[in-house]
Design a protein around this ligand. Sequence first.
Ligand SMILES: NC(=O)c1ccc[n+]([C@@H]2O[C@H](COP(=O)([O-])OP(=O)(O)OC[C@H]3O[C@@H](n4cnc5c(N)ncnc54)[C@H](OP(=O)(O)O)[C@@H]3O)[C@@H](O)[C@H]2O)c1
Length: 268
Amino acid sequence: MAMSADGKIATANRQLCSFGSSADSAFLYELRSRADAIMTGAATLRAQDADLTSGGAVYQRRRQRRGLAAEPVRVVVSSRGKLNPHLRIFREKGGPLVLLTTKQVRPQDQAALERAGASLGKFGTRSLDLAAALQWLARRWGVRHLHCEGGGELNQSLFESGWVDELYLTVCPRIFGGRQAPGIAEGEGFPSLSAAFRMELRTVRKIGDEIFLRFTRTSSQSYTRSSTAKSETGTVQKPKVVSSRRKRYPSRPKSRARNTDPSVSVTS
Ligand SMILES: NC(=O)c1ccc[n+]([C@@H]2O[C@H](COP(=O)([O-])OP(=O)(O)OC[C@H]3O[C@@H](n4cnc5c(N)ncnc54)[C@H](OP(=O)(O)O)[C@@H]3O)[C@@H](O)[C@H]2O)c1
């Protein structure tokens, strides 16, 4: 995530799309080039009209040298599935486009999104069963390393479910202010210090006026929700970080997964 010096990821009116430097932007594409899939929340998609592609031939070659498909799987999260099929993500050529949604999605919206090229995975009735959705991404789409680019709502649900392994944060020399301006993790938030998601600072780099931080989950991090909750489709399993890579997307669903737990990094 790119964050202002006062801890915001957008201005209060949420109109601002990008405020990092060219170094931050290049780093974002470099991080994309390490992941099987790039994920974003519906509000970010609407605000930024992002295409979630690799970034072009240079990054495609990097991906292929790493044994990844030239273009990442593109994943959008929306419980209602109300996305405009004219958004850029539907028009730009890229990896497979997957929508993680719920049974709330209306048949006519589903039909329009499928016509526009999206594959829908429905997990949960009203709220998204994130654990089941991520396991499906691993099983159906071969996603081991999932790179999430926000926004704050989606990030917080990942932190709450304990799936985040790494956080890349760029602190930018701007002050946005605004009590409605979002931060890197929104939602209800953790209720106490002891419940907070804990991370360790691994690297600090200063480039120009920005600071690039990399955090990893502390080894002692407990799973706030997933250790106790049941998913709608079964028990939520504690995720493992898996580094194996596949060259291609699986062509059809597999009935049994060898390992269904993706690793997740949050960045933008
Ligand atoms: N500075 C940065 O690096 C950065 C990065 C990303 C975004 N941003 C900014 O952040 C703002 C958007 O942030 P946000 O927190 O409002 O949005 P967000 O997380 O991108 O999107 C929220 C929406 O995504 C869906 N969603 C997210 N988590 C879900 C879950 N667990 N289950 C089901 N659906 C889920 C819901 O869509 P439905 O309502 O359709 O169900 C929800 O309303 C924008 O201004 C964007 O530009 C900044």
